[in-house]
Ligand binder design. Structure first.
Ligand SMILES: Cc1cc2nc3c(=O)[nH]c(=O)nc-3n(C[C@H](O)[C@H](O)[C@H](O)COP(=O)(O)O)c2cc1C
Length: 156
């Protein structure tokens, strides 16, 4: 199975999550600027992830998704993830909770855009949690990321 993880990261947390997934799958984890056409050729599984910033994915990830051809992911299994604050932390800041309810997070729109390009979304978009803006990740998140990636690969 040829799999690829595409991610971006401002402070390194999403990178760690993406690399844990890549290791679990025996796949490369690349930033959008490093993805070449041959990486996408004959792909069976594409996982895309971004830190949530201002309720959405980073521009580099949105640009990568936009740049995929319209049916470029036909027949490809896809999955999406993000990193974000835990719900309890968001709820502590009223205005943040309000806008988060309104605009959401990065993973769900990434999943929708992957589907729009023909991808078959095999599991629900998944959040991974940081304890503060620059991290670190909550305990156990890297193991959870590796397990999630294995589940994605096994899903039909
Ligand atoms: C400018 C900015 C905006 C952010 N907006 C959100 C947000 O809307 N929701 C959220 O849960 N976390 C938000 N965060 C926290 C990021 O999700 C967190 O910095 C990120 O998960 C860390 O991953 P990284 O190290 O890969 O960049 C924001 C962080 C920054 C710097």
């Amino acid at each position: 199975m040829k799999a690829l993880v595409v991610y971006d990261s401002a402070f390194g947390n999403t990178e760690k999550v993406a690399q844990a997934m890549g290791e679990a799958l025996g796949a490369e984890a690349l930033r959008p600027g490093d993805v070449k056409p041959e990486h996408l050729k004959g792909l069976d599984l594409l996982i895309v992830g971004s830190p949530t910033q201002k309720f959405t994915a980073l521009p580099s990830i949105n640009g990568f998704l936009k740049g995929l051809s319209n049916s470029g992911l036909d027949g490809v299994k896809v999955a999406a993830f993000d990193t974000r604050f835990p719900q309890s932390q968001v709820d502590e800041v009223g205005i943040l909770a309000f806008f988060a309810r309104l605009f959401g997070y990065a993973a769900e729109p990434i999943g929708k855009r992957l589907e729009k390009k023909g991808g078959h979304l095999v599991v629900a978009p998944e959040p991974f949690f940081v304890s503060d803006t620059e991290g670190p990740l909550l305990d156990g998140e890297l193991d959870r990321a590796a397990n999630w990636a294995r589940q994605v690969a096994a899903a039909m």
